[in-house]
Write a protein that binds this ligand. Structure first.
Ligand SMILES: Nc1ncnc2c1ncn2[C@@H]1O[C@H](COP(=O)(O)OP(=O)(O)O)[C@@H](O)[C@H]1O
Ligand SMILES: [Mg+2]
Ligand SMILES: [Zn+2]
Length: 139
C-alpha cells in the first residue's frame, strides 16, 4: 500500500469537507456558481488553516468537467491530477522557500501559456492562487 503524508491523506477533497472557513468557501462557491470568479485570490492566515487546501479546491472546481459548478467531483482526470500534483495547468510553489522576485517572475512566465490539459490554468503559492481563462492574459 502506498504511503501518503497525513496532510495529503486528510486534505479536504470538497468545499463541503472544509471545517469552518465558511466565509471563504461560501464566497468562492457563490462566485463559481455565478461565473463571477476574480482573476486572482489571496489567501492569508496562520499555518494549517486551509489556504493550500482551498487553493487546490478552487483549481479543481474551475477545471472539473463533471461535478457541480461549485464543487469538484474528485474523481475525474483533472480532479485526480490536481490532487496528485500531476496536472500541468496547476502550478504550485512554496512561497515560504521561494521568496525571490525571480521565483515570481518564473511563475508569471509559466502562467502566460494556454492551458495544456484543462479549461483553465492556475498557479498558486502557499499564500495565493491566481487563475486565468483567456489565453495570454497575465495574472
Ligand atoms: N478548514 C479546514 N478543514 C479541514 N481540514 C483542514 C482545514 N484547514 C487545514 N486542514 C487540514 O490541515 C492540513 C494542512 O492544511 P493546509 O491547507 O495545507 O494549510 P495552510 O496552507 O493554510 O498551511 C490539510 O491537510 C488539511 O487536512
Ligand atoms: Mg499552504
Ligand atoms: Zn472533477
Amino acid at each position: 500500500m502506498s504511503y501518503h503524508a497525513l496532510a495529503r491523506k486528510y486534505r479536504p477533497s470538497t468545499f463541503a469537507e472544509m471545517v469552518g472557513q465558511e466565509h471563504v468557501t461560501r464566497t468562492l462557491r457563490a462566485a463559481l456558481r455565478h461565473d463571477r470568479l476574480s482573476h486572482a485570490y489571496l489567501f492569508s492566515g496562520p499555518r494549517g488553516c486551509g489556504k493550500t487546501s482551498v487553493a487546490r479546491l478552487l483549481a479543481k472546481a474551475i477545471n472539473c468537467a463533471v461535478g457541480e459548478k461549485d464543487e469538484p467531483c474528485g474523481t475525474c482526470d483533472s480532479c485526480k491530477g490536481i490532487a496528485g500534483g500531476t496536472w500541468l495547468d496547476v502550478l504550485e510553489i512554496d512561497a515560504a522557500s521561494h521568496t525571490g522576485v525571480d521565483n515570481i517572475r518564473e511563475l508569471r512566465d509559466l502562467a502566460q501559456y494556454t492551458p495544456a490539459q484543462g479549461r483553465t490554468a492556475s498557479s498558486s503559492s502557499t499564500r495565493s492562487t491566481c487563475s486565468r481563462r483567456a489565453p495570454s492574459t497575465p495574472c
